[in-house]
Design a protein around this ligand. Sequence first.
Ligand code: SF4
Ligand code: SF4
Length: 321
Amino acid sequence: MKSDFKEKVYTIDRTYSRRVNPETLQVNLGNRCNQQCAHCHVDASPSGAKIMSKEVMGDIVIFLSKKKDLILDVTGGCPELNPNFKYFIEKAKPHAKEIKVRSNLTVLLEPGMEGMAQFYKDQGVHLVCSMPCYTRENVDKQRGEGVFDKSIKALRILNELGYGKEENLVLDLVYNPGGAVLPGEQSGLERDYKKVLKEKYQVTFSYLLTITNAPIKRFEQYLKANGNFDKYMKLLMDNFNENVAGNIMCRKLLSVGWDGTLYDCDFNQALNLSLKDKSDKTIKVSDISPDELQEREIIFENHCYCCTAGAGSSCEGALKK
Ligand code: SF4
Ligand code: SF4
């Protein structure tokens, strides 16, 4: 299949392939996770051995301190399983405009994580939690046996602390489709989630974010194993939406890998498409300041179609609200 995402974007507006002023620094603390989901685009698992060191965390804090108005978006794997997770959040807090943590919820029930929910609250962390459906059947199919019940238990712990209830304790949920289809309309799905989770499980949350599955890594293998890869790519391409192409998240976001390497986004990170300097050397977070990253060309490949299909997709949910 022809790789023409860049050409397609160029036909609309050539500036869409360039970064504007960065607003978010997304940091991947490593690929260790207590789960092993069928659609994981970073191939995370309990045996994940890529764990960000304290030294790299220090480089990130210096980077943040040079701009002060960046949102720090912490992800993984399972970020809480990095042994220096709390250290990093505490050090970064004075330098970030806001701190978001992407949590899989079930980790809150793991041994040693008893005080984590309270820690989030004390640090004023904005939580973004995976919950790909409001039915047990669909969640367990995608994320593993028993994950739904554990997620509900974790959500109740967070609700008890005020998350998803009080204005300053934001608890967002993330939906991604169970197969080779585009997500449903975000606000309609949010209404359904809120109704079912409240009525059946007495759980509340702030906003639902819909994310389109990226055709890479474990999801790519899953599509290929089912003979659906070409069909899914065609679906993404056929639904290219030029009205959202200028809002793709990489224009305002930077992604840092576990070893400090910089990328345009988490998907490019998963594919090892790092930012390079003029001599083709990989750029690390310690090599550069935020302002030097403006106007740089973004690396586009075919997987980018997942960001522009239908209502668009990003780590903040649909691009067209
Ligand atoms: S999708 Fe999230 S919860 Fe699932 S294995 Fe990957 S990092 Fe872990
Ligand atoms: S996959 Fe990454 S680089 Fe490609 S359009 Fe999406 S956010 Fe941008």
